[in-house]
Design a protein around this ligand. Sequence first.
Ligand code: ATP
Ligand code: MG
Length: 429
Amino acid sequence: MLSIRSVKSDSFIGKCVELRGWVYRKVSLGGKIFIVLRDSSDIIQCVVDESKVNSRTWSNAEKITRESSCIVRGVVKSDPRAPGGYELQVSDLEIVGLSEWFPIRGNEGVDYLLDHRHLWIRSRRLQAIMKIKHTVLEAGREYFNRNGWWEVTPPILTSSACESGATQFEVNYFGQKAYLSQSAQLYLEALIYTLDKVWSLTPSFRAEKSRTRRHLAEYWHLEAEAAWYGMEDMMKVVEELVYYMVERVLRDRMDELKFLKRDTRILENAKPPYPKITYDEAIEILQSKGVNIKWGDDLGADEERVLTEEFETPFFITHFPKEIKAFYMKLDPKNPRVVLGFDLLAPEGYGEIVGGSVREDSYDALLKRIIEMGLNPEEYKWYLDLRRYGSVPHSGFGLGIERTVMWIAGLDHIRDAIPFPRFRERIYP
Ligand code: ATP
Ligand code: MG
């Protein structure tokens, strides 16, 4: 089977081909019907000329509707007026699935389009974004494979919280309480004791309180954890990984970036090493710009946006106050008010795409933090065990795939970085 993209080439001019796809647009003009056909690769204009086809093909062309599936045969011609420079002079048109009146024109409101998401994913915009996501995922897997990491498969049903109890989804697990995973981290930590360097790609679930432009209730989480790695080692992995993804999208998805009108200069300049500022410096920058914030406050989307104005590449913020970060982050021995943690923020207002840290590897220190944070040590018994049997210094991070796609593709909302987004109010298709 030939793809539309493959026949749009000079070597096909004058050749008779068969294409399969869906009707993207249809216009009738005098004795001609112009059908723009789409498949996963591209679109092409197909011209049905009443004087050149048999009556069956002509009546099919008259009958066919937008989004119908069909098989078209004809000769490839070059035509500078056709979109993309090539068109198909149709000799035969066969309808496979005649479409009812398609309920989307493309200018409907957000909620209507979410309600019709199962159909709206056919749009060229979402198609382009899904292809970019494919390449981001491919690059992530390739980066780890090339650098000696093991891919592992942690569970989604879990018995205790990782990030915060407030954003957990509870499920009925054979009559007992269980939770949908917010992060694979605790399990990845267990796995480094046998595989040294591990990574996983899983859905993570967060019952976020409010609906924002960068939070989903279900997102794809790429996480990595490595024994013997310190803060600098892990930040190096993060910047290499992110740039590997950016580079790969620039190499393989330029058409899609152009279609989305993405300014690619920022991406081209996103070469590591990325700048690093401490949380203290971030607070100073924010205060000097008139933001009302004091030491100890968490950085929300608004604060992050202001900080991103200072940088043209992704950048790290490090050494956060321990109160605003998770219990498992190791305290900085030089200043135990802050943790050995880092976030990577994407420029252009996007903000956090990665969160990582050195993990506490001392049994006593970890137990103390669990109690300090008001958590129940009983629930973390197995996790504490990891510090009893051959504890090892280690670090890790989690990268939000949709956040990364959102930045690389230049999207203004996270919803389009996933085909079937889940938000607070209800589940759309
Ligand atoms: P934020 O402060 O932006 O809510 P977080 O600090 O809760 O994020 P982490 O727990 O560090 O996030 O999760 C690791 C990564 O997962 C984040 O850097 C982000 O890329 C992604 N992420 C977290 N929550 C969400 C969400 N609700 N939707 C999409 N991606 C998310
Ligand atoms: Mg974080």
